[in-house]
Design a protein around this ligand. Sequence first.
Ligand code: ATP
Ligand code: MG
Length: 417
Amino acid sequence: MKATDKKLVVGLEVGTSKVLALVGEVLPDGIVNIIGVGHCPSKGVDKGGVNDLESVVKSIQRAVDQAELMADCQISSVYLALSGKHIRCQNEIGMVPIAAEEVSVDDVENVVHTAKSVRILDEHRILHVIAQEYSIDLQEGIKNPIGLSGVRMKSKVHLITCHNDMAKNIVKAVERCGLKVDQLIFSGLASSYAVLTDDEKELGACVIDIGGGTMDISVYTGGALRHSVVIPYAGNVVTSDIAYAFGTPPMDAENIKIKYGCATGALVGKDEVIDVPSVGGRPSRTLQRQTLADVIEPRYTELLSLVQKELATLQEGLKQQNVKHQLAAGIVLTGGASQIKGLVECAEKVFHNQVRIGYPLNISGLTDYVQKPYCSTTVGLLHYGKQSILNDDDRVKDKASIKGLAKRVTGWFKKEF
Ligand SMILES: Nc1ncnc2c1ncn2[C@@H]1O[C@H](COP(=O)(O)OP(=O)(O)OP(=O)(O)O)[C@@H](O)[C@H]1O
Ligand SMILES: [Mg+2]
């Protein structure tokens, strides 16, 4: 079959550590079949921001070329991840009278649209508008209001905003490669699409994507997204701690971390020793693996404690608003830096809650490459893109909503449901 006959989506994450492009084919059962992978070390990006446009363009081009070659297709547009501490969120309410007797698709679009008309930070723009729940007259907690009767409908929505220029710069880098951006998507939202189940969203769960430069966080309770935030510290600070503690070059520190690192000292055997290269041509030394864990464990504990603090404040706020605040399904850690040994044990001590490592779900094809925590954001972009394709299919079928379709498309900032 020719690649052009298939429904293809492409996801691109330009991270602090790596650029990853994935080509996925949307299968009718909602699974995304991964048919192309392009991966290269990232240069010129830090904590979600572009600081060397030329280098970033080169990295993107390399990753995209690789993915095209493997998938045997030509990539013309991508779903693009966006992160950085400029990402903000706010929960808002929209309200509309129900036009006819029953709630229509247009009513739902309108109510979500009115929730968007609020003040956001200067120089920011809205990245996502995600419905949480609806209420019609006195009935609250409605997930899908279409077809229900009533006079007035309210919707609670979660808005995610980003700094205009930060978004523009990353889009510019992608466009320099001759690619169009289908849509920009908050990395943390994308990761949650890849690793969380619906049951976990319902029970309450927090996804933390720990990358090289940022921790991208999404919190769900009662089946709805409640909080999105980025903390600008992640795996790279652990590497830098190791480099300083042992006077070893950063590249070696990175290798040692990946090979021997452990985030729970108690799991390391007492007599295990490792070789540590030195700087300036000095001979390498041997070290207790325990000593390495003594550097890593406190730093991960500190990183996760930053998230725990954020969660405590959020949960207090939700409780006061009478919104479900428990995280009964616990914490899901994903991203490259979640791959360190002993992290679940370390995190359970911080959160006093259950913790698991999140691997991308609902994919087939090149799973040997892609079913890894560091691919979660990019796989999530494919799931996000899949949703848009399936929605558009439905809309084209449904003639009544053609008007809605024309209204809906506004380039790479698109609203959603
Ligand atoms: N096995 C491992 N053990 C510990 N850390 C690891 C391991 N593999 C990768 N990492 C760390 O994961 C980080 C990279 O993760 P990832 O690929 O998710 O980052 P990224 O998406 O490029 O960055 P970001 O999203 O923060 O911009 C690096 O800090 C790296 O040291
Ligand atoms: Mg990342």
